[in-house]
Structure formats: structure tokens, C-alpha cells
Design a protein around this ligand. Structure first.
Ligand code: PLP
Length: 399
């Protein structure tokens, strides 16, 4: 299949007609499994997966089939009517996780906005409204979620920010305790700070935090937008620990490339939203839900959780000698197939060297090469990536 797309023309149109908040360099025109092709025909091993979105790889036949079938049957009807997809997806998600009820939406930020509104609505009955979030976190780009995001660079220029957020240091229980007041309703965190540099939560902190929330009567909210649906080698990031959140947010990998988000509650919060108290036009539409059901079915049938764990271990084992041999690489950290090579200086140039060699990764937090292969990546593809990384590191001559 050839594409008429031409990088020069597209780039020129992009810069003329898109608000300049992104600066892409490659024009990708086709994908299949773990590979994508650019407009010149160059093939890449895709360890970005649309930022943890295309978790079954590109154009997975079951996903393509679900999209085309449902699009030809019924795409959207609004929440004024039942549809015959959403309730099955809700049941499936609840049974995989917290056992309560589900609210669908369309993106990660919208799911977190839902979590925050849930905490506010619950808190209103108890005279509490504050949400404690972590420094270096990432929760999205709406006003409430960028305020929840504990990073100045994300908040800069958008003042005044909504009230009611307090920041604690990640993996520092005393810091959470110090931020807790009689107004605190909830604590919200990621089990791996992904955008923040692939920083896993400390198990003792996670346990202590859960205990603190129980003791103080606070909600524990986990942002599973990047860690959810098998990314870390467990169905959900929180399942690595002996804790049960009150609610979680999902998006990214849930739709396998089709936009969908969800708030999944535990039983205690499942009826906090009442008729008319929160809503969305697109959320829960049959097309998105049919695709997500297919993603979950493939995920379970192909035991991709376990596979992701094994492939993550293989990647770590393969990269250990590279970490040792490269002075600028200080560590590999992460969980499952959410892994970051930590560099002792800006890593953008290394990301470029990798892309030149045919491996797509995404530099995050300035100095971390984040890798997010599809969950069904093969052993051979992991080994190929290790080789490309070793080669790029060996020929990297940072100033
Ligand atoms: C990507 C991400 C979000 C925001 O999701 P969008 O779909 O971009 O709004 C929120 N939280 C985490 C942990 C994420 O990785």
C-alpha cells in the first residue's frame, strides 16, 4: 500500500493550521502489529504505541473487525438511550477490578476530572473537598487535572487554578500526612509516575498510604490511565500491592487505539453520582464500547498480563549489560512493559538516534527514554530493540 502523503506538504499544513503545541518530525502512514511505516517507506519498531494506547499493536484484526462491524451497525445514540455494548463493558471492567459501577467518558483527563468530581461530591456530604496529589505526577490537561498534576511547567500560564488541591512528595508518607487536613477528601496518585520519568511507587509507601486513608476516612484514588489494562504486567497497577482503591480512572490502552475513558468505582462510591449530576455526550457510545470489549477479550484470551510481565523481564535482562556499558545510562526502571532508561543528561538526542535506527521511543521528564511496546510484542522484537538500543548507546557521543 502506498501513501500519497508527503512529509513536506503535511508539515507545512500542520504548521499553518495547527496551534503550535506539538512539534512532530515523522509522518507515520501505516501500522501493523508492533511496526509502523513513515511516508518514505521506512519501517520502525514501535515502542511508543501511541503513548500506551495501541496495546494490541496496530490494526489488530479483532479490533479492526470490531470497529467496522459496530460502525456499520450503530455508532452513537447518546446516553438518552440504552445501547447493547456499554453495560457488558462496564460489568467486565468492574469484575476485573473494584466490583462497583462504571462511568464512561472519552479520554484520560476526562476520566480524572470524573474522579475529582466524585471525590468532591462524596466530600460535600462530609464537609471535605481537598484532594492531595503527588509532586511530579501527571493527571491531564483540563484545568482541574492540570492543577492535580504536581508540575509547575504544566500549570504555567493557566492561573488562576481551581482551589482545593494540595501536593505531597511521592513515596513520602510523612509528606502526605503533613498535607492532610480536616478538609481532605481524597488522595490521588499513579502507581508508576509515567510521564514524570517512569518512577514506580514504593510498596511500603503504597501500603502506608492505604492504611492512612482508612484511618483518616479519605478516599484512595488511583490514576490507572497509563498503568491500567496490563501495561505493568498486572491487570491494574494497584494489583501489585495489597491495597484496594476506592475508584480508578482508565483510558489509553482500554480502547486499543479508539478513544475511550472510564471511572471505575468500588461499592462505597458506586452511587455517589446521581441522575443528572455528571454527564458526557460521547461517553459510553456503542462503537467505543464494542472496541474496548474486544480489546479486553483479546487481552484475557491471549493472557497478555503474564506476557507483558515476561517481556518486561526480557527487556530488562537484555538491557542490563547496556546500562553497565554506557556511562550516561544510570538505570533502567519501571514495571512490565512500562520501562524507562534513565540518562544522566537530556535524552532527546538518544531518542533521535534510536528512531534513526528504526526504534520509536518517547523521551520523558527530559532525561528518560520511555518504552511502551504493545503488550503482545514478541521475544524477537524485544531482542531486536535491545540490539538497536545497544548500538545507539555505543555510538552516542554526548557533548
Ligand atoms: C495520558 C495520561 C493522562 C491524560 O490522558 P489524556 O487522554 O491525554 O487526557 C492522565 N493520567 C495519566 C497517568 C496519563 O498517562
Amino acid at each position: 500500500m502506498t501513501s500519497a502523503a508527503n512529509l513536506e506538504e503535511i508539515s507545512s499544513l500542520h504548521h499553518t493550521w495547527h496551534t503550535p503545541n506539538y512539534a512532530p518530525e515523522l509522518l507515520l502512514v501505516r501500522g501493523e502489529g508492533s511496526y509502523v511505516w513513515d511516508s518514505t517507506g521506512k519501517k520502525y519498531l514501535d515502542f511508543v504505541s501511541g503513548i500506551a494506547v495501541t496495546s494490541l499493536g496496530h490494526c489488530h484484526p479483532a479490533v479492526v473487525e470490531a470497529v467496522t462491524q459496530q460502525a456499520a451497525t450503530l455508532m452513537h445514540v447518546s446516553n438518552l438511550y440504552y445501547n447493547d455494548q456499554a453495560p457488558y463493558l462496564a460489568r467486565q471492567l468492574s469484575e476485573m477490578s473494584l466490583g462497583g459501577k462504571v462511568m464512561f467518558c472519552n479520554s484520560g483527563a476526562e476520566a480524572n476530572e470524573g474522579l475529582i468530581k466524585l471525590a468532591r461530591k462524596w466530600g460535600a456530604e462530609h464537609g471535605r473537598h481537598e484532594v492531595i496529589t503527588m509532586r511530579n505526577s501527571f493527571h491531564g490537561r483540563t484545568l482541574a487535572t492540570l492543577t492535580a498534576t504536581g508540575q509547575e511547567k504544566i500549570q504555567k500560564g493557566f492561573a488562576p487554578l481551581p482551589e482545593g488541591f494540595r501536593y505531597a512528595n511521592y513515596n513520602d508518607l510523612d509528606s502526605v500526612k503533613a498535607q492532610t487536613t480536616e478538609k481532605t477528601a481524597a488522595v490521588m496518585l499513579e502507581t508508576v509516575q509515567a510521564e514524570g520519568g517512569v518512577v514506580p511507587v514504593d510498596p511500603e509507601f503504597m501500603q502506608g498510604l492505604s492504611d492512612w486513608c482508612h484511618e483518616q476516612g479519605l478516599l484512595l484514588l488511583v490514576d490507572e490511565i497509563q498503568t491500567g489494562i496490563g501495561r505493568t504486567g498486572m491487570c491494574f497497577g494497584y494489583k501489585h500491592y495489597d491495597v484496594v482503591p476506592d475508584a480508578i480512572s482508565l483510558a489509553k490502552g482500554l480502547g486499543g487505539g479508539f478513544p475511550i475513558g472510564a471511572v471505575v468505582t468500588g461499592p462505597a462510591l458506586q452511587d455517589v453520582f446521581t441522575a443528572g449530576s455528571h454527564g458526557t455526550t460521547f461517553g459510553g457510545q456503542p462503537l467505543a464500547c464494542a472496541v474496548a470489549r474486544t480489546v479486553l477479550n483479546v487481552f484475557q484470551e491471549e493472557k497478555l498480563c503474564l506476557h507483558a510481565r515476561k517481556m518486561g523481564e526480557r527487556l530488562a535482562k537484555g538491557l542490563a549489560p547496556v546500562v553497565d556499558a554506557t556511562p550516561e545510562v544510570t538505570a533502567l526502571r519501571g514495571q512490565g512493559l512500562l520501562q524507562g532508561l534513565v540518562i544522566d543528561q537530556p535524552a532527546k538526542e538518544l531518542e533521535k538516534l534510536l528512531a534513526e535506527r528504526g526504534l520509536l521511543t518517547v523521551c520523558t521528564a527530559g532525561n528518560v527514554i520511555r518504552m511502551l511496546p504493545p503488550l503482545n510484542v514478541t521475544e524477537a522484537q524485544i531482542d531486536d530493540a535491545v540490539e538497536l538500543i545497544a548500538d545507539a548507546c555505543a555510538s552516542w557521543n554526548p557533548a
